[in-house]
Design a protein. Sequence first.
Length: 263
Amino acid sequence: MRAIILAAGRGMRLQQPEEEQLPKCLLRFDGRTLLERHLVLLKKAGVEDVVLALGFRHDLVEAELDRLRWMPRPEIVLNEGFELGSVLTVHTVARAMTRGGDVLLMDADVLYHEGIMTALVAGQKPVNRILIDREFEAGDEPVKVCVRDGVPVELRKQVAAGLQYDTIGESVGFFRFDPAGARRLATLVAGYVESGRANMPHEEAVRDLLLEKAPQVTFDHENSGSQVIDVADVTGLPWIEIDFPNDVSRAARTVLPQLPPLP
């Protein structure tokens, strides 16, 4: 199993002073960066093959890896066009997406309980998986997951009027793909880039994969996986995506105290 952590963006909405701007994965909570927290929880879950998709101030992230002396050292892939969008960042890690094994695709700007990682990696068989939190604040910012009869039918901030579903929640920003699903996502992302849509969020390509739902069909005969997407409910586990200045304070004030201490 391989984890790909998306950490290329500038994080403009955090409104950091220009001379103090950091990649969001270097934000510290209780003295530990988000990057270190990801690495610790991944290793605890048995995932040591890690790829970091970097861009903005990648030198600072690499310096943090030096400080941590993390081994095995994560593979670094640079997105020189990081100002565009996360679709392009995912496109830059296409080789890591498609070289076999299940792939965890993770936003770097999330502070979360280790139980969320446990839900993401659970099971020995290859699987496509999306995480859902049914307790979320309504509004335009959360990326919603809509589920009907156990099948995810939407993944977007805006849900179309009239869409039929029986469960709605927020996406945590972590996905798991089996080898076939990862290859298909890489193909979809390449299509976005080739058609001039590199500025789109990568969730749009994941949504395309989700909407292709054809449970009886596999992408090829080399792998037993299919594009069926499993829904793991992590409702009740504390987490927060950090986009705005008030998210930083909320993370420290309300989420961090609920997390088990890191080893």
